[in-house]
Write a protein that binds this ligand. Sequence first.
Ligand SMILES: Nc1ncnc2c1ncn2[C@@H]1O[C@H](COP(=O)(O)OP(=O)(O)OP(=O)(O)O)[C@@H](O)[C@H]1O
Ligand SMILES: [Mg+2]
Length: 513
Amino acid sequence: MDQKETFFNYITEGNITKGDYIPVGAAMLNGETITNALVKIPLKTLNRHGLIAGATGTGKTKSLQVLAENLSDKGIPVLLMDIKGDLSGLAQPSPGHAKIDERHAKIGLPFEPKSFPVELLTLSEQNGVRLRATVSEFGPVLLSRILDLSETQSGVVAVIFQYCDDNKLPILDLKDFKKILQYATQEGKEEFEDAYGRISTASTGAILRKIVELEQQGADLFFGETSFDVDDLLRIDNDGRGYINIIRLTDIQDRPKLFSTFMLSLLAEIYSTFPEQGDSDRPELVIFIDEAHLIFNEASKALLNQIESIVKLIRSKGVGLYFVTQNPTDVPEAVLGQLGLKIQHALRAFTANDRKAIKMTAQNYPDSEYYDTETVLTSLGIGEALVSALDEKGRPTPLAATMMRAPMSRMDILTESELNALNSQSKLVKKYNETIDRESAYELLNKKIEKAEAEEAKEKARKEKEALEKAEAKQRKSSSRRRSTAMNPVVKVLTSATFIRSVFGILNKVMKK
Ligand SMILES: Nc1ncnc2c1ncn2[C@@H]1O[C@H](COP(=O)(O)OP(=O)(O)OP(=O)(O)O)[C@@H](O)[C@H]1O
Ligand SMILES: [Mg+2]
């Protein structure tokens, strides 16, 4: 057997043998494709998470597109974070290209252009289903992590949530939350102090400032109703294909806090909603996060811990998480260690730092008797990658340099009119896009404050009236004393006009005498 044949056997034997799988391309040796030596990703281990890495323009997003298409075809719904806006093309068939035909001839897989069932979602005011969550659903722990609060401040947040729970005040949006924070140290100060202890204005002030910072990144659009039901991510179309839900995040690059807020809330919601999966032969949902460095870059230590634990936990719910980023080192060590599938595109060795990163990356892959991983890493062409998956038993498959298949859908964005058409057909847009602001903490507290103020005003008026009445009574008393002196029968007689006249009369008479 020549080397090629041995390698072919190695790849096919070392790759999966049972269960359903996705063929992502054909194995390559010495820069050449071995036709029909398909590199397969088992569906069974897709909930074990993964990484798609590589220098810019090497084919990461297209690999993501290929995986998403094939998952959809297998009836598995997908959720994509589209940061660059280059994934909406999934809704239209590929126009085809001579280079694509050439690629597929080398791989030995037919190329069938087709479109996929796509739902567009948004965190802002772009076309698509509005994704929202209420602050109550978000919960005190996550909110404190996102706001990077101190222990004392987190305690205040916990008390605020408790108060709202006890008093049936829904905290829907940030307006509600700010109102209740204010209330706790102003109008409701005594009420809070009696039931939960004193809340310092220094703490509420610090929390308020952090909320304003989050709002500046557009979080006020995210918090509120109608809150998104994560079960809507699991839709299957009439042909049995999984929906590809694309969250359009093109306007989020400079707002990493909003992105991580949203990601965490989504994962937490999925974790608490989806049932335990046990030993399933396929994932329930696969999530791809393109440009994943954005969630890790500015995340605080507390937030990173939260991400790490949720990545670990969510697997049991049959959810696979795939991080797409330029360098594996963009992903924290603790998360990296949990990733099963690795699709590593070419890395470029421009600087000493690059070379160090390549060495480190190579060390993270299983040893291969057929490749010098470091050399292959820098010589892979566009749309080629080193692939290592987990087999059905959860063991890493042999490393295979792979010529990736081309996406069957369009490798480009939809036009504005195509986007509008997609949007107008969507059932979910109708369900979620109406902004409602039902009575919640803000309005209820305002009412309470107004009522308290009205009562206070009434009380004040009552007291004033009482005081006035008292004063009047007093005045009446003193004037009546004056009056009653005047009315004393003696005085009355003495001062009466008749008396005076008669006295004068008498006097006159006396004088005349
Ligand atoms: N599997 C593939 N089949 C056919 N063409 C491909 C494939 N992968 C990559 N290409 C070609 O390479 C180009 C760049 O690929 P892609 O956009 O996936 O790169 P990227 O690694 O995501 O880059 P960036 O880091 O800039 O986002 C594509 O527009 C396409 O022309
Ligand atoms: Mg990309």
